[in-house]
Design a binder for this molecule. Sequence first.
Ligand SMILES: [Zn+2]
Length: 271
Amino acid sequence: MEEKEGLKEQTLRVRPIKRGAEKKYRDYPTVLDKSTEAHEFWEPIVHQGLWDIKGHKIVKGPWGGGSVEDAKKRPPREFMVIDRASFALYSHSYGLVSPFFRGLLEGKLMGTKCPECGTVYCPPRAHCWNPECRVADCYDNWMNLPLTGIIHTFTVQCLAAAPFEHMLPFSMGYVQVDGADTTLPTLLHMRPREIFIGKKVKFEFVPEEKRKGDLMDVYAVPAILDEKAPEWACLQKDAEQMKVLEDSIKATQEFIKKRYGIDNSPEERGW
Ligand SMILES: [Zn+2]
């Protein structure tokens, strides 16, 4: 099969390996995806915007464990149901954590708090994970959390699953929302050079009319202008690794521009 134009540029620059030197993971070349048949089948479907959320509705219904009769005895609750396209329209409920996703539509970050041990979950959990609490009910104990947090860990991505490929390159962080005990996977709208563990961030939302009630509605930006990376920040300390990363980012931007006609350069994105 004919190789797609631009695919070659996806290869990371590989440094020559010194004789006798131990190989490190980054000395291995990136393997090109040769599964072109499957890729060509899926690509137009993905390009049509399928897998995207098409809409949502709020429904009222019975809930909880036990028999249907047991469930009917409880007062009905409201659930957020989203319609996601994946060939056919696929509707599913967010169940007992629906308030979190409704909160995203309103530009809010909400978490649940365990009434037994006080653990605050964001993303929310309907039942506490602490074994001591014996799956205590958290679903009626919601908290409105501040739109600030701290980067717990992060990754810079030059490869992604098909529905997200057009957004490359991008960075994802596990961000601990202030007041929460867990971390929220969040898109980081900042340059890799700026990202480090412990960085203070604030959460922002895409414009209201574009929100769909999923995690793509929210992203993090630096909370402090030019916050200095600490001494131990590994990425910033390794100039050679940073150079390899920046070259890969540039190659990825060029590849995305060729394949999708989308300019994901920092100049165009404004961050
Ligand atoms: Zn608990």
